[in-house]
Design a protein around this ligand. Sequence first.
Ligand code: EPU
Length: 295
Amino acid sequence: MTRPLPDDLLQIPHRRDLPFSKLTTLGVGGLCRWLFEPTTELEAQAFVRACAREGLPWRVLGGGSNLVVLGDIDALVLRLALPKTPHREGNRLTAPASHGHIALAEAAAATGLSGLEFASGIPGSLGGAIRMNAGAYGREWVEVLDRYRFLTPAGDMVEKAPEAGEFHYRWSFLTSGHVVLSATANLVEGDPAAIRARVAEYREKRGTSQPLSKRNAGCIFKNPPGQSAGRLIDQAHLKGLRIGDAEVSPEHGNFLVNHGHATAAEFAELMERVRTRVREVHGVDLEPEVEIWRE
Ligand code: EPU
């Protein structure tokens, strides 16, 4: 961003030139030139309105757990820093979008509410999970989503219940320039011991099939309809393929891991090599599941 930013934007808490290696779980990428961290919904709204008014490009960052950054990012980056307190009313649990996703699943379990066990191993922020309609073990967010509040690209604040067509497998309309502010899950009373047992079972499954001890960005590609990207990559003998410190996990084919000093270019090349080989072997075009930021 070469031109000076307007004063109303600069009043919103922000930091400059932070490495994406510290803002993402994968740990690659260049510099985040501008990181805006509003502490209230109204500040977030002021950010979006100012960007819309000035025609400034911007993006939303959540927990950085589903993101591959391939270079420096000059666009303004918004990361909500709202107070992290969930609120229970009956069987409904509401939390701000910047709440940790796993922490929310744990809070639900701790208060005896069932329905978010599937979320207990999915890292990142609640906002990111809603935006991507995150899921695991046959469940996904839209099934428990009661209401959600968000900003439109123009900065209008909307609160509503989900409707048909708004959420699909690992996709929602929110991916195009909207900001999730908060979400309410509609859960059911459950036996705390049974909830804990389900959480432990999911964790155990993830721990044995996914490379959780290495830096990663979760599953890299979407599962093509009726197929498993991990299995397709595995069958194409790509597990263990390594470029520098970037490797196709030997544990799960759909995870790429950073052994320490991998670069964005290495990840870009590794993703391309995997896609090309899977196309050659299976005739299937894999689509990224992670979000990719290029500039
Ligand atoms: N498989 C292989 N080789 C591999 C990996 C998997 O043969 O290298 C086989 C497994 O044996 C299994 C099948 O493929 O028969 C499916 O594998 P898995 O159960 O690990 O699930 P997945 O389809 O690869 C999905 C989600 C994960 C989620 C798990 C558990 C996607 C792209 N992935 O993985 O979500 O944790 O189910 O529910 O939808 C993510 O979204 O980032 C993510 C990791």
